[in-house]
Design a protein around this ligand. Structure first.
Ligand code: TYD
Length: 134
């Protein structure tokens, strides 16, 4: 799952740094929604769901956190701690975010609008759907 990591180009000079995410170029989809998680309780776990169709791109704009991706057969934990190192979470991947630093701002780009019916929140249900998909 290491191919899930994307390194954005950093344009820097003595004024600071700049990275860009263009839909369909730096991220594999057209961006329809952006949300961000911040002021997270450092002992909290967020996510813990999969999406039937929605693809996501996670950008650790500030601070650090860990993200565990699980395709139903294998799990991999990624540490996100640089604003230009991002993580792609495909549809039908169970994702949990944890070990947030108290300054963490995790921005998430998605290829679709919010739709509660696209969520799988029960892990056993996820395993069942993932098995039937493969
Ligand atoms: P939730 O899915 O629990 O967040 P996380 O996956 O980070 O743990 O979402 C928290 C609340 O925000 C929940 O009531 C749904 C709502 N929400 C929206 O209204 N729109 C969105 O795009 C997202 C991601 C969540």
């Amino acid at each position: 799952m290491i191919e899930n990591i994307s390194e954005l180009k950093v344009m820097g000079d003595d004024r600071g740094k700049l990275s860009v995410i263009e839909g369909g170029i730096d991220v594999q989809f057209d961006i329809k929604r952006v949300f961000y998680i911040y002021d997270v309780n450092t002992s909290a776990t967020r996510g813990a769901h999969a999406h039937y169709k929605t693809k996501q791109f996670l950008v650790p704009v500030s601070g650090r956190c860990k993200v565990t991706l699980d395709n139903g057969q294998e799990k991999h934990t990624f540490e996100l701690n640089k604003p230009n190192i991002c993580l792609f979470q495909d549809a039908m991947i169970w994702g949990t975010m944890h070990d947030f630093s108290d300054d963490c701002v995790l921005m998430i780009l998605a290829d679709d609008h919010y739709d509660d019916s696209d969520y799988i929140r029960n892990y056993n249900k996820f395993l069942e759907v993932a098995k039937n998909d493969s």
